[in-house]
Write a protein that binds this ligand. Structure first.
Ligand code: SF4
Ligand code: SF4
Length: 190
C-alpha cells in the first residue's frame, strides 16, 4: 500500500513539474498572434514583394545590373521610328520599348539594391508578404505590358524662363532709359 501511494504521488508530482512552464505562461501577456486572423504591423521600409510600375520604366537596366543574384531580366529596344514621344510620371522621356521585364522572386534575397539606382523610382518593395506558394513558377513575375497606356504628354515640362524681376525700390529694369528729371524750382519773388 505504501509503495502504491508513493507511485501515485510521484505521478502527480512529475506532472506538476512538467506543467510548470505551462502554468507560468498561462498568466503572462501573449507574445504570439493568431495568424492569419491577426497580423503584425510591419515596420517602415520593410522589404517584401517587389513591384515594378511598367508605365514608368525607361528600360535603362540599372536595376538588373545592381542585382547581386541576377534575378531581373530585361529586354528593351529602341522605340519604333515615328512613334509618339512618351514620358514616365516624373517627366523622364521613355526612349526604349521594354519588351521583357521579369523578376524571379524565388531567387530574390530582398536586399533592395535594385530600387536605389532606378531613375524613375518605378521599382520598389511593397508591404505584401503573403505570397507563399507550392509552385515555384508562381514566383516568376512578368511586368512587361504590351497594352500599357503611356503618357503622351510630358507631366513635368521644363519651366519657362523667369521674367526679369522688378526692383523692390521701384528702380527701372536694367537697360531701360533713365526717367526724366523734374525742372528746377523757380526763384522766390520771380
Ligand atoms: S531585392 Fe536584391 S535580390 Fe531582389 S531583385 Fe532586387 S537586387 Fe535582386
Ligand atoms: S532601373 Fe527603373 S527605369 Fe531602369 S530598367 Fe529598372 S525599373 Fe526600369
Amino acid at each position: 500500500m505504501r509503495q502504491w501511494l508513493r507511485g501515485v504521488w510521484d505521478g502527480i508530482y512529475t506532472a506538476l513539474v512538467g506543467m510548470n512552464i505551462t502554468w507560468r505562461h498561462l498568466f503572462n501577456t501573449n507574445v504570439t498572434l493568431q495568424y492569419p486572423e491577426q497580423k503584425w504591423v510591419l515596420p517602415p521600409k520593410s522589404r517584401m514583394r517587389l513591384f515594378m510600375k511598367y508605365e514608368d520604366c525607361i528600360g535603362c537596366g540599372q536595376c538588373a545590373r545592381a542585382c547581386p543574384v541576377h534575378c531581373i531580366s530585361i529586354k528593351a529596344e529602341k522605340r519604333a521610328a515615328g512613334s509618339p514621344p512618351v514620358w514616365a510620371a516624373d517627366g523622364t522621356p521613355i526612349k526604349l520599348d521594354v519588351k521583357v521585364f521579369d523578376i524571379d522572386m524565388s531567387l530574390c534575397c530582398y536586399c533592395n539594391l535594385c530600387t536605389y539606382p532606378c531613375p524613375t523610382n518605378c521599382i520598389y518593395m511593397t508591404p505584401e508578404y503573403e505570397f507563399a506558394t507550392t509552385n515555384l513558377n508562381d514566383h516568376f513575375y512578368r511586368f512587361a505590358k504590351p497594352d500599357a497606356v503611356l503618357l503622351t504628354v510630358n507631366p513635368k515640362p521644363p519651366a519657362a524662363p523667369a521674367a526679369p524681376a522688378a526692383s523692390a525700390a521701384g528702380a527701372p529694369p536694367a537697360g531701360a532709359p533713365p526717367a526724366p528729371q523734374a525742372p528746377p524750382a523757380a526763384p522766390a519773388g520771380a
